[in-house]
Design a protein around this ligand. Structure first.
Ligand code: GDG
Length: 733
């Protein structure tokens, strides 16, 4: 299997030197992380990879062939050439003036211009063409980041069999922010991402935000992150990106690094150093950080002259006006702090407006007592992790913004809210005054965690999850040939048994249980089927409903998930030792949850109570259903009751009977063709008791004990109808 990696920038960038084109490593966490993964012996991309992306500048048409050849031969890369006009609308435009501010919670800075959107769509399709030239059938494509949100669906549309993964390196904003985008855009962006088999995020919050937007905007529900699309599954999951831990850790012993660190320490003098490194961007909260440092110096005069803030700001988007303004504000603040507090013998802020190669960051990390990472929003923030890795001595304090993805993993850091300037000032004092023992304890915990989940593990886990997912699903989807085989075997069988769930299998799930009554077509079909074999309708419905709806058919009925059985032409028989003295307590609790959720209602059955929430607002309903189940599980822990979460229903009934136990009597009668079909958790009890030779089908793309899944109810009904179409006089000609 070949791996095709796709990102806006290639891991190498072109630049011109003395009239010649040269290559340099591209900056940023994605490029260096993936480079590390691809060159690691632990990488699974051993059978080759190609990286598709933009080489960082417009290339003259005469030179494109040569650049393409060199990229291929030297870097296993496929360059994609974009004109200045393309990058204006695409990168500078939609990426950085719409998606970047919106996803980093700066709605006031978001541009809603149509022009850049059109370019964004077009450039995503240019990427699609290039990827399809590189990826063969059976290859895996890993698409990275917000520049290419539409690409996964484009790839899926043109090559459905391709395995596609997508990873978002920046935050996915809450639904309230995401919904600000015009409906066309937000649908296309979500649909684009869902084209991937696996969508990865740094944190669980981002994944949940994405899933919520998918549910609210596209209407697709999910189960544990698996999004049920009409004909396939996509999965959202969390993969917090790590760094090359051992390399950073080992570097601090290299003589060159030690020398540089000592030199820096000399400049700092006997005092302490606080380090701050970021790209110039409004998301990084650089001005707030300076304000916090100023507040700290104001409140702690004894620290004046004994501390230095080493502030590295990497030039970025230098042509954009907002960034120029930000730069002026930072310059002013630095000047003001140095002017107010500094003197000839002490400069409070040592400010560098330039970029450093990654290896030169290590002596900076090592020389600094405190690392101050306080973005207003950041997808992950690898600099925070690199600081921890570089501190092989186990000392140093990380002060980290709660608004970074890294904060969800690095709980031993001193966490701060970057909007709370007094709090940050206090955190600085805490960090500078922290005992060596406390530093060591926190650092050791942080280092252990980052060592285990490094960047190779991150990429490996993502690709493994991507590989697994599809193979599991492919095995389960009912292939057309098997469907035909089922019909054929049914025709030629002597004794046939069909165990069929009702709601969600023979009729679609309706807003209220009453609306699911069978129409004449369905009744006629079941009548025909009953002439061909033994049909058992296995339902969670009360027996009165089944009697009213299906009682006149020559079929057996199972009601209340197995509590009652009515044989063909017989009477209802209770199947186990059933009791209902538990009902009042459970009913009270369920009713309290009806009060808390408009649209919910309690249904009383003879041996069960069901709390339905199909008509309620889906988000709140999901939450309340979860709370209610947890509550019920606590309440019934020591009793013989079972709490079951089905399709938009939470049900409590005595343990000991199930659709499985109720059907065992039928199965024992010996059939040479058995088929079970159902759509719900309660049908799993039936699938579990079926013999290996039986066919079993679960409606919906969920993990199941059934041998096969079909995506939709209509597909299940179609199969049942095909069986009913067999001529009544036995095997077809
Ligand atoms: C996106 C997300 C997320 C080298 N020289 C400098 C410098 N480097 C290296 C650092 C680090 C990387 O660049 C910067 O790390 P970030 O985490 O900020 O990564 P980005 O690629 O900018 O950002 C971010 C990341 O993707 C990975 O998913 O963590 O949230 O925005 O490896 O060693 N970094 C800086 N100055 C230099 O001079 N700041």
């Amino acid at each position: 299997m070949k791996l095709v990696i796709v990102s806006n920038r290639l891991p190498v960038s072109l630049f011109e030197k003395d009239g010649r084109l040269e290559f340099a490593q591209s900056p940023g966490g994605l490029a260096s992380g993936m480079r590390t993964y691809l060159s690691s012996p632990r990488s699974a991309a051993a059978s080759g990879y190609t990286w598709v992306g933009w080489p960082g500048r417009a290339v003259d048409p005469d030179l494109q062939d040569e650049v393409t050849r060199r990229c291929r031969d030297e870097f296993s890369a496929r360059p994609l050439f974009l004109s200045g006009e393309d990058t204006d609308g695409f990168y500078e435009g939609f990426c950085n003036q719409t998606l970047w501010p919106l996803f980093h919670y700066f709605p006031a800075l978001v541009s809603f211009d149509e022009g850049p959107w059109a370019t964004y769509e077009r450039i995503n399709s240019v990427f699609c063409d290039a990827v399809l030239e590189e990826a063969g059938p059976g290859d895996t494509v890993w698409v990275h980041d917000y520049h290419l949100l539409l690409l996964p669906a484009m790839l899926r549309a043109r090559r459905p069999g391709l395995k596609v993964g997508f990873f978002l390196h920046i935050p996915f904003p809450s639904y309230e922010l995401f919904r600000l985008l015009p409906d066309r855009w937000r649908r296309a962006l979500l649909g684009g991402m869902l084209g991937a088999d696996l969508v990865g995020f740094h944190t669980n919050d981002y994944a949940q935000h994405f899933l919520k937007s998918v549910r609210r905007i596209l209407g697709y529900d999910h189960e544990m992150g698996r999004v049920m699309l009409p004909n396939r599954l996509s999965r959202a999951d969390t993969f917090p990106m790590g760094i090359e831990f051992e390399a950073f850790s080992a570097r601090s012993d290299e003589p060159g690094v030690v020398g540089k660190r000592d030199e820096l320490r000399g400049i700092i003098g006997g005092g302490k150093a606080i380090l701050s490194i970021d790209r110039l961007d409004y998301s990084k909260g650089i001005a707030n950080r300076l304000l916090a440092y100023r507040a700290f110096l104001e409140a702690n005069p004894d620290w004046r002259g004994r501390v230095v803030l080493l502030m590295v700001v990497v030039p970025s988007r230098t042509g954009v006006e907002d960034y120029q303004r930000m730069k002026s504000r930072i310059d002013e603040l630095v000047g003001e702090i140095n002017g107010t507090f500094g003197g000839l013998s002490w400069t409070p802020v040592l400010y560098q407006y330039k970029s450093f190669p990654q290896e030169e960051l290590v002596p900076l990390y090592d020389a600094s007592d405190v690392m101050l990472v306080t973005p207003l929003r950041d997808g992950m923030n690898l600099v925070a992790k690199e600081y921890v890795a570089a501190r092989a001595d186990g000392l140093g304090v990380l002060v980290l913004s709660e608004m970074t993805g890294a904060a969800s993993e690095l709980g031993e850091a001193v966490l701060v809210n970057p909007n709370d300037i007094p709090e940050m000032a206090r955190a600085l004092a805490t960090a500078l005054e922290m005992s060596g023992e406390d530093q060591l304890r926190r650092m050791t915990a942080l280092r252990d965690r980052l060592r285990r989940y490094d960047v190779v593990r991150w990429a490996g886990d993502f690709l493994e999850a991507l590989g697994e997912d599809r193979s599991r699903l492919d095995r389960h989807m009912l292939p057309p040939a098997t469907r035909e085989r089922i019909v054929r075997e049914f025709r030629s069988a002597g004794r046939r048994l069909l165990l069929l769930d009702y709601d969600g299998t023979m009729v679609p799930i309706r807003p209220t249980p009453e609306e699911a009554a069978p129409g004449p077509g369905l009744l006629a079909m079941l009548g025909r089927l009953a002439g061909l074999g033994d049909v058992v309708v296995v339902s969670g419905r009360p027996r009165a409903t089944l009697d009213a709806w299906l009682g006149r058919l020559d079929v057996a009925l199972v009601a209340e998930h197995g509590a009652w059985v009515r044989e063909r032409g017989g009477d209802w028989v209770v199947t186990g030792a059933l009791f209902d003295d538990w009902k009042p307590g459970v009913r009270d609790l369920m009713e309290r949850y009806v009060d808390r959720l408009p649209g919910a209602r309690v249904e009383e059955k003879e041996f069960a109570l069901a709390w339905h929430y199909r008509l309620a607002e889906p988000d709140l309903a999901g939450l309340r259903a979860q709370e209610l189940s947890d509550h019920l599980i606590d309440l019934t822990e020591t009793s013989e009751l079972r709490v079951i979460q089905g399709h938009k229903v939470v049900e409590v009934r005595p343990a000991g009977t199930s659709k499985g136990t109720a059907c065992q009597a039928f199965l024992a009668r010996g059939y040479d063709f058995v088929l079970g079909v159902g759509d719900d958790t309660t049908d799993e009890d039936l699938f579990r008791v079926l013999p290996p030779s039986a066919y079993s089908i679960r409606v919906g793309l969920t993990q199941s004990y059934a041998r096969f899944n079909v995506a939709e109810q209509a597909e299940a009904l179609g199969l049942i109808e095909a069986l009913a179409a067999v001529p009544p006089d036995g095997p077809a000609p």
